[in-house]
Design a protein around this ligand. Sequence first.
Ligand SMILES: CC(C)(COP(=O)(O)OP(=O)(O)OC[C@H]1O[C@@H](n2cnc3c(N)ncnc32)[C@H](O)[C@@H]1OP(=O)(O)O)[C@@H](O)C(=O)NCCC(=O)NCCS
Length: 172
Amino acid sequence: MLNIRPATEQDRDAIWRIFHEVVAAGDTYPFDPKMSREDALAYWFGTDNHTYVAELDRLNRSSSKPPIVGSYTLHPNQSGGGAHVANAAFIVAKVARGKGIGRAMGEHCLNEARRLGFRAMQFNFVVSTNDSAVKLWRSLGMKIVGTLPGAFRHPEKGYVDVYVMFQSFENA
Ligand SMILES: CC(C)(COP(=O)(O)OP(=O)(O)OC[C@H]1O[C@@H](n2cnc3c(N)ncnc32)[C@H](O)[C@@H]1OP(=O)(O)O)[C@@H](O)C(=O)NCCC(=O)NCCS
C-alpha cells in the first residue's frame, strides 16, 4: 500500500537520495548532474511549492519508518498573470519504478492542483525519450502542445526533442 502525504523536514534525506539518483543519471531533467544537496532541496522545497512524498505502508515491512519511494512538488508555473497554471516535477526511486507509484503521484498531483484552485497543469520539459513519463502523462490527460526540437542533450542519445504538455481543468 502507498501513502502520499505532505513532505516534512524529516523527509529531506530520503528526497535528496532519490533526487540525486535521478539527476545524476542525466537523462530526464535539465539539471546539472552534479547539483548540490542544498540547491536540490532549495528547488524541491521552494517558497511556493507544495511538496509530497509517497511512502510504502508500514504493514509491508519490518523496520519502523516507512520507506519513501517517491516525491513530487507542485507550484505555480509562472508568477502574476501565469500563476493560475500549475507545474509539477516527479521522482521515483529506481528500485521502485514500474509499480504504479508514478501514476498514483500523478493522479494525486492533478487532484491537489484542482483542490488548490489552479486552472490548468503545464509540464514544461518532458524529454521525448522518457517513454514511461510521456505514456504516463498522456494517460492522465496531459496533451503534447508543443515540441522543442533538440532542446535536451541526452547522455546517450544526443540532442532529442522536448515536449510541453498541458491540461486545462476548466470544463473537464
Ligand atoms: C517517470 C516516473 C516518475 C514514472 O514513475 P513509475 O513509478 O515508474 O511509473 P508507473 O509505475 O506508474 O508507470 C507508469 C507507466 O509507464 C509505463 N512504462 C514503464 N516503463 C516504460 C517504458 N520503458 N516504456 C513505455 N512505458 C513504460 C508503465 O507501463 C505504466 O503504464 P501503465 O500504468 O499503463 O502500466 C519515474 O520513472 C521516474 O522517476 N523517472 C525519473 C524522473 C522523471 O523522469 N520524472 C518525470 C519527468 S517529466
